[in-house]
Write a protein that binds this ligand. Structure first.
Ligand code: PLP
Length: 447
């Protein structure tokens, strides 16, 4: 059933919206001139706006609605928990049932080195937690100099001060004097941008070598950790060559540097594994999660804490002076438990790995036949294509194209008006559809 436009006075909502609501990552003045689209309803892979327009949500909201919209079993689980115990904290020697059950479940579905979970309210807070944990880890071992964290340009690790500093978005760093001290960045493994004259696999090794160069430049005795998204999401769905992550792991091992996988996007089946570290053959010490853990129904994030770090923090650490009011929020944990149950019951991880993921890859690649598409590729249920001015300038050379203007316009205007949500990043158009999408719906999306 579509939304009922007669129920909404769209112009009045838009006017109140820009009069009182400062949106994230938005030019509020420009939005005021145009008016925001008012989204009012969702079902499966579709959402409706206040004017009754139905659109296929190729972005799963913000890469998070993995099980699709309208799951009543999640709302019922949330309702039951709210009725029973809407809130209790996990500070001061108390705990709550959903948080305990969820921590146990997460340790069951994650790689074997993870036996502990720290809960937060978001992915950004998860990455703040990582920063606190890795520095504390090295302090407790007596290496008080070992505080530098290496990240990558164009990485997205959140919007808190530490999250935005760990991230490599120059537009964010420029506002507010970031990054904070002790965080440095290396290049991203973007073959199309930097791989000229190399095979993909050669480039993967090359891009990983930037980590070793940076460790040596900073001094190995000062480097605490390396953080990266297995596939960079907000930076443009940058799928690294297969050679990249094993080489990063080798370099981290060589210098004893902790490895943090930010799986806020990649986790919970998006790449066809519960956690993408398994796909890329790496063994991170910490994994950040959020988004897909509840399919976005209720905010929740956290860190899976591997044995190497947990053993030191727990055995030697005493109080860990960090946490949030909403760490282990019972309602959010209840939503997550039901969401994970759905993912298991509907075999969504396996479907993305063996059925719909490979099908999406095959169908999405056909978009490269279009004269303005230089390159189209996917990994599990994330995909990106590069727009180019002409086919002759496909790889490593689309500088003439005015990406910010054209791609943003196409994604926000043309695509939406034609019934689909995509996102623009530089010269790339990207998608991350709900994992429940069927083959027929993939055909509809590609068409
Ligand atoms: N890490 C990654 C990889 C993300 O994509 C995001 C959000 O998009 C975050 C961290 C931050 O998560 P949140 O917005 O929940 O704070």
């Amino acid at each position: 059933a579509a939304a009922r436009p007669e129920l909404f006075d769209t112009a009045a909502i838009q006017q109140m919206d820009t009069a009182h609501y400062m949106h994230p990552f938005t030019d509020t003045k420009a939005l005021g001139e145009q008016g925001a689209r008012v989204m009012v309803r969702g079902e499966g892979i579709y959402v409706w706006d206040s004017q009754g327009k139905k659109v296929l949500d190729g972005m799963s909201g913000l890469w998070c609605v993995n099980v699709g919209y309208g799951r009543t079993s999640i709302s019922e689980a949330v309702y039951r928990q709210m009725e029973t115990l809407p809130f209790y904290n996990s500070f001061f020697n108390t705990t709550n049932l959903p948080a305990v059950q969820l921590a146990t479940k997460l340790c069951e579905i994650s790689p074997p080195q993870f036996k502990h979970v720290f809960f937060t309210g978001s992915g950004s807070e998860g990455n703040d937690t990582n920063l606190r944990m890795v520095r504390r880890y090295w302090d407790l071992l007596g290496y008080k100099e070992r505080h530098t964290i290496i990240s990558r340009h164009n990485a997205y690790h959140g919007s808190t001060v530490a999250g935005a500093s760990l991230g490599g978005m120059s537009g964010m760093h420029e506002q507010g004097g970031l990054p904070i001290p002790g965080i440095v960045h290396i290049g991203q493994p973007n073959y199309l941008e930097s791989g000229r004259g190399m095979t993909e696999q050669e480039f993967g090794i090359k891009a990983a070598s930037w980590l070793e160069e940076k460790i040596l430049e900073v001094g190995p005795e000062k480097v605490a950790a390396f953080i990266g998204e297995p596939v960079q999401g907000a930076g443009g769905v940058i799928i690294p060559p297969a050679s990249y992550w094993p080489e990063i792991q080798r370099i981290c091992d060589k210098y004893g540097v902790l490895l943090i996988a930010d799986e806020v996007i990649c986790g919970f089946g998006r790449l066809g594994k519960w956690f993408a570290s398994e796909l890329f053959g790496i063994k991170p010490d910490l994994i950040t999660f959020a988004k897909g853990v509840t399919s976005g129904y209720v905010p929740l994030g956290g860190v899976l804490v591997g044995d190497r770090v947990a053993d030191v923090l727990i055995e030697k650490g005493g109080d860990f002076n960090h946490g949030f009011t909403y760490s282990g929020h019972p309602v959010a944990c209840a939503a997550a438990l039901e969401n994970i149950r759905i993912i298991e019951e509907e075999k969504l991880v396996e479907r993305v790995a063996n059925d719909t993921g490979p099908y999406l890859k095959q169908r999405f690649a056909t978009l490269a036949d279009h004269p303005l598409v230089g390159f189209a590729d996917s990994c599990g249920f994330v995909a990106g294509l590069n727009l180019v001015r002409s086919k002759a300038a496909v790889v490593h050379d689309n500088v003439e194209f005015d990406p910010a203007l054209a791609v943003g316009m196409i994604c926000r205007g043309y695509m939406f008006n034609n019934g689909m949500i995509m996102r623009a990043v530089g010269d790339r158009m990207i998608i991350a559809p709900p994992l429940v999408m069927t083959r027929a719906q993939i055909d509809e999306m590609v068409a």
